[in-house]
Design a binder for this molecule. Structure first.
Ligand SMILES: Cc1cc2nc3c(=O)[nH]c(=O)nc-3n(C[C@H](O)[C@H](O)[C@H](O)COP(=O)(O)O)c2cc1C
Ligand SMILES: [Fe+2]
Ligand SMILES: [Fe+2]
Length: 394
């Protein structure tokens, strides 16, 4: 890929991973991703902001060659995760005098991870100012977006904020600039927030507050396109991290022989009659990223599972565990499902949801196929969801 000019003497030298479909062996990437590295030129010397995933090393060095510089003097390492730091050892091999500019925590992680030496580093403090050529770099520590060492880099002259994973999106595209009219961009950014940032919602709120004091023209993350209209992504984040929920119900479910499925379909029908938005996520056929995205706004989560060897189906255990670790802002949760002869599925799931700050709705657990009485209970559950949602508006 050709390198791309962002501003005078500032170039995108990243790589695009069109075919990657899984991140951290966990997160689905339906749209691929990119690893954005930025090169800042000062005559024939350069400074890099982050590198790229080691799998893209050759392409990355080709890009550096294209920038026609004699040496790389510094690398600002904003995050220790390998998709951004993985090529640092290769850069040091090529340019042995190069120093890694980073904070104490990132230095510790990089030293352990990449077996680097103390003399490779130039350690910075929060809000420290650094100069390279005619450019000023201000470092803004922003722990937990999404590791403890992360920080942002602000260039006051050009008003660019480099944010690494913060405001990123897993989206492979040949376009450098984000086009906010494209709905797929919004979805990619939201999916990224849901899968990676949502557990840190409370701390992100504080970071967003601090950014209000900065005059920002460009937000340049290390995944996906760059924002020339930062308000677009900033306001999306404001909405996602807010405590406001949408009157939506998400139902992660599994059914082996159709009993739980019948319950899910009936509950959905009742909710739809009340004009409540509801989405089922069959855990074999849906991508968990879609479920994570729905959890960004939904007011209510209903887990629906049959009983397998006394407990919930393992796929539902996975979904419940995701809910537990992603910490969505849902206000209500409930459990429905089926058993044949004896079950502690409900208790197991309740325990898994215990860290969520939700009001529990009455469970509906039925023996085998739901009867008339069971459908009545599901109807009552739909009523309860409707009245709970109505309370949110008060
Ligand atoms: C592999 C397997 C294990 C099961 N283990 C239990 C169990 O331990 N306790 C129980 O009450 N029912 C158990 N069942 C029965 C199902 O929970 C029951 O048939 C239920 O109605 C199935 O719901 P579904 O049609 O939504 O899959 C098991 C069924 C299967 C296929
Ligand atoms: Fe990361
Ligand atoms: Fe990343």
């Amino acid at each position: 890929m050709p390198i791309k000019k962002v501003k005078e003497d500032i170039y995108w030298v990243g790589t695009i991973d069109w075919d990657r479909r899984l991140f951290d062996e966990l997160i689905p990437l339906p749209d691929g991703t990119s690893y954005n590295s930025y090169l800042i030129k000062n005559q024939d010397e350069a400074l890099l902001i982050d590198t790229v995933d080691p799998s893209k090393k050759d392409e990355f060095f080709q890009n550096i060659k294209e920038a026609k510089i004699k040496k790389i003097k510094y690398i600002i390492a904003q995050h220790a995760e390998q998709d951004h730091s993985g090529c640092i050892p290769d850069v040091l091999r090529e340019y042995p005098d190069c120093k890694i500019i980073t904070n104490q925590k990132c230095k510790e992680l990089l030293t352990d991870e990449l077996l680097l030496k103390q003399e490779n580093f130039y350690e910075i403090k929060d809000e420290e100012i650094f100069h390279f050529g005619d450019k000023t770099f201000q470092f803004l520590f922003s722990p937990w977006v999404h590791w403890p060492e992360t920080f942002l880099t602000y260039l006051p002259e050009t008003k660019i904020l480099f944010t690494c994973d913060f405001f990123g999106s897993h989206l492979a595209t040949s376009e450098l600039w984000a086009d906010s009219k494209k709905t797929y961009l919004y979805r990619a950014a939201k999916r990224y927030y849901a899968e990676i940032m949502m557990p840190f919602r409370q701390v992100i709120k504080k970071h967003l507050e601090k950014l209000k004091g900065l005059s920002i023209d460009i937000i340049a993350p290390s995944h996906g396109p760059i924002y020339r209209n930062p308000e677009y992504i900033l306001s999306a984040y404001q909405e996602w991290v807010s405590d406001q929920v949408k009157e939506e119900v998400v139902i992660p479910y599994i059914s082996m022989h159709g009993c739980t499925q019948k319950m899910v379909l009936y509950l959905m029908e009742q909710l739809m009659k009340k004009n409540i938005k509801v989405t089922p996520y069959h855990l074999i056929y849906s991508d968990v990223g879609e479920l994570a995205m729905a959890l960004v706004d939904a007011a209510t989560i209903i887990l629906a599972s049959p009983t397998v060897l006394t407990g919930p189906h393992p796929q539902i255990v996975y979904a419940a565990y995701l809910c537990k670790i992603l910490k969505p802002k849902a206000r209500f949760a409930g459990i429905i499902g089926s058993f044949g002869w004896g079950s502690k599925m409900e208790q197991d799931l309740l325990q898994m949801l215990s860290n969520l700050n939700v009001e529990l709705l009455p469970s509906v657990i039925v023996k085998s196929y739901p009867t008339k009485d069971d459908f009545l209970k599901l109807g009552q559950l739909a009523e309860k969801i409707a009245s709970s949602h109505a309370k949110l508006k008060e």
